[in-house]
Design a protein around this ligand. Structure first.
Ligand SMILES: C[S@@+](CC[C@H](N)C(=O)[O-])C[C@H]1O[C@@H](n2cnc3c(N)ncnc32)[C@H](O)[C@@H]1O
Length: 462
C-alpha cells in the first residue's frame, strides 16, 4: 500500500503516498496523457491518514495543474511513486472533458471545414511573399490559386504546418490538419492590381472518379504594396494589437478581415450599393479603411470607438471613414433601423456578459430589417490552446458558458477612462447561440474565421 490517488479532475490531482519502507513521505511523479508534468513531495498533513496510522498523516499531496486539463477531450492522469516507479492505485484515471459532452467537442470542424490566416507577408516593389496557415480536411491536396489571374504566381509550397501553441490538429482528434502554405505573387505597378485574393484548390480524391479541383475561397487577400493604406504609428496600433506588429502585418490583417466581412455580407445583404456600414470598435481603421477603399467604395462607412486617442487619429487622417467617439454603453448616435451592415472585430471579446447583452439590444435597434451584423468572439476554438487560463475561467465556462472575469491589465484596459471595463472574455458556441438568438437570427457561425483564433458570428436582424 504505497499510496492512492483519491481525486483527479481538470484542475488538480490529490492523494497520498509513502516510501516503500513505509517510513515517511514519498516523492511522486504526475503524468498527464503520458507526459510528466510535475514531481511533488507527498508531505501534506491529513487528519484521516493520521487516524488510519499512516505516516502520522504527513504524506498527502494536492497538485493544482498550471493549466486546467481535459478541457475538450478526455485526458488520462497517472501518479507514480518515484522510488518504485509503480503507479498508485486505482491506476490511471480518465478525467472526463470539462466543457464538452461525451466525446463531442462543440467545435464544429467537419469534413468541409476550411479556414486560413496570413501569418507573414513581405511586400516589395514587384513581388509579395506570403505565408498562410490553413486548416482543412485531412483528405485534401492543396494548390494555391490567385485572383486576378494576371498576377503571376511564382513559387508555391504546401507543407505540413502546426498551429503553434494551439496544437489544434492534435487536440481535436478530428479529421482536420494544418498546412503552411507559402507563395510569391509578382505584380506590376498597376493601380488595378493592388491586391490579390488567394483561394485553395482542393484536389481531394474521391474514390469513384478522377479528382476534380474544388476552389475554396479562403478569404486571404494580399496587398501588393501598402500605398492604399495610411498607416498609423505603432503607438496607435499597439492599442488594438500585439506590440511588434509590422506595417505589412497590420495591413494584411485588416485587409483580410475586410475581405471576409464583405464576402459574408454580399451573401446575405439585400442591397449591394450605397449601403451604410458601421465598424463598431474601429480602432485606427485597420479594417474600415481597406473595406471602404477596396471592397465597398460606394458604402458610407462610420467607425465608432470608446478610445478617443485612436478616434482622434481617424478624424485627422481618414477623409473617407467617418469616425466618432462613443460611450461604453448605448446608445450610439444613430437612428433606429438605419444600418445595413455592422461588424465588431474583437469587441465582444472584451465585454462582460451584461455589456454584451446591452449592446446586442442596441445593435438590433439600429439595424435595418434583414441587415447583417458580424461579430467576432473568443469561442471554443480559442480555448483549445489552454494558454495559461485561470481555473476560475474554466469554472465559469462550465457553469455559465461564458467567462468575463479576466481584466485586461496589460493591453488597452488601463488606458481607457472606465477602469475595469475592458476584459478578456471567452464563451462557448452553445452560449452564444442561446443568448444571441434571443435578439437575432444566427445565420452562420464560422469557427476560427478571424486570424485562426476568433469565431465569426453572423447575425441577421429579423
Ligand atoms: C481589439 S481592438 C480591435 C480594433 C479593430 N476592430 C481592429 O480589428 O483593428 C477592440 C476595440 O474595441 C473598442 N471598444 C471596446 N468596447 C467598445 C464599445 N463598447 N464601443 C465601441 N468600441 C469599443 C476598443 O477601444 C478597441 O479599439
Amino acid at each position: 500500500m504505497p499510496g492512492h490517488v483519491d481525486r483527479a479532475d481538470s484542475f488538480r490531482v490529490a492523494g497520498w503516498a509513502i516510501t516503500a519502507e513505509r517510513r515517511g513521505s514519498e516523492v511522486v511523479e504526475i503524468f498527464v496523457d503520458g507526459a510528466s508534468v510535475a514531481t511533488v513531495l507527498a508531505s501534506r498533513f491529513r487528519i484521516a491518514l493520521r487516524d488510519r496510522g499512516i505516516a502520522e498523516g504527513l504524506c498527502a499531496f494536492n497538485h493544482v495543474f498550471d493549466n486546467p486539463i481535459a478541457t475538450f477531450l478526455p485526458t488520462t492522469v497517472e501518479v507514480k511513486s518515484s522510488s518504485t516507479g509503480k503507479t498508485l492505485g486505482p491506476g490511471p484515471i480518465i478525467v472526463p472533458p470539462l466543457l464538452a459532452n461525451g466525446t463531442d467537442y462543440n467545435i464544429n470542424l467537419d469534413s468541409t471545414f476550411y479556414t486560413a490566416s496570413v501569418r507573414s507577408i513581405s511586400v516589395s516593389e514587384l513581388v509579395s511573399k506570403v505565408s498562410v496557415l490553413v486548416l482543412g480536411p485531412r483528405s485534401a491536396k492543396l494548390n494555391v490559386a490567385v485572383n486576378p489571374r494576371e498576377l503571376e504566381l511564382l513559387e508555391q509550397s504546401v507543407l505540413p504546418g502546426n498551429t503553434g501553441p494551439w496544437r489544434i490538429n492534435e487536440s481535436l482528434g478530428k479529421p482536420v490538419v494544418c498546412w503552411n502554405v507559402s507563395f510569391q505573387v509578382r505584380h506590376r505597378k498597376n493601380p488595378g492590381a493592388q491586391f490579390a485574393i488567394a483561394s485553395i484548390e482542393d484536389r481531394a480524391q474521391d474514390s469513384s472518379s478522377t479528382p476534380t479541383p474544388q476552389t475554396i475561397p479562403l478569404g486571404v487577400c494580399i496587398p501588393c504594396g501598402t500605398t492604399w493604406l495610411e498607416l498609423p504609428s505603432a503607438e496607435h496600433w499597439s492599442r488594438i494589437a500585439s506590440p511588434g506588429m509590422t506595417a505589412e502585418m497590420f495591413a494584411a490583417g485588416g485587409v483580410n478581415s475586410a475581405y471576409k466581412i464583405t464576402a459574408i455580407a454580399k451573401k446575405y445583404l439585400p442591397a449591394k450599393r450605397g449601403i451604410t456600414v458601421v465598424d463598431w470598435g474601429v480602432g485606427c481603421g485597420r479594417v474600415a479603411v481597406p473595406l471602404k477603399r477596396i471592397f465597398l467604395p460606394n458604402a458610407t462607412v462610420i467607425g465608432y470607438d470608446v478610445d478617443e486617442f485612436n478616434i482622434e487619429w481617424c478624424k485627422n487622417q481618414l477623409s473617407d471613414v467617418r469616425a466618432e467617439t462613443c460611450d461604453y454603453f448605448p446608445p450610439l448616435e444613430l437612428a433606429a433601423q438605419s444600418v445595413d451592415l455592422m461588424y465588431g472585430i474583437s469587441v465582444m471579446t472584451h465585454l462582460t456578459q451584461a455589456a454584451q447583452e446591452i449592446w446586442l439590444r442596441e445593435i438590433k435597434r439600429i439595424m435595418k430589417p434583414n441587415g447583417v451584423c458580424i461579430l467576432s468572439v473568443h469561442g471554443d476554438y480559442s480555448l483549445l490552446g489552454n494558454r495559461g487560463f485561470s481555473p476560475i475561467v474554466f469554472q465559469q465556462l462550465k457553469a455559465f458558458g461564458i467567462s468575463d472575469i479576466s481584466y485586461n491589465w496589460d493591453g488597452l484596459g488601463p488606458k481607457l477612462s472606465l477602469k475595469g471595463y475592458y476584459r478578456g472574455t471567452f464563451q462557448l458556441r452553445q452560449q452564444v447561440e442561446e443568448a444571441w438568438s434571443k435578439h437575432f437570427q444566427i445565420v452562420e457561425y464560422l469557427p476560427a474565421a478571424n486570424e485562426l483564433n476568433q469565431d465569426f458570428v453572423v447575425l441577421k436582424r429579423i
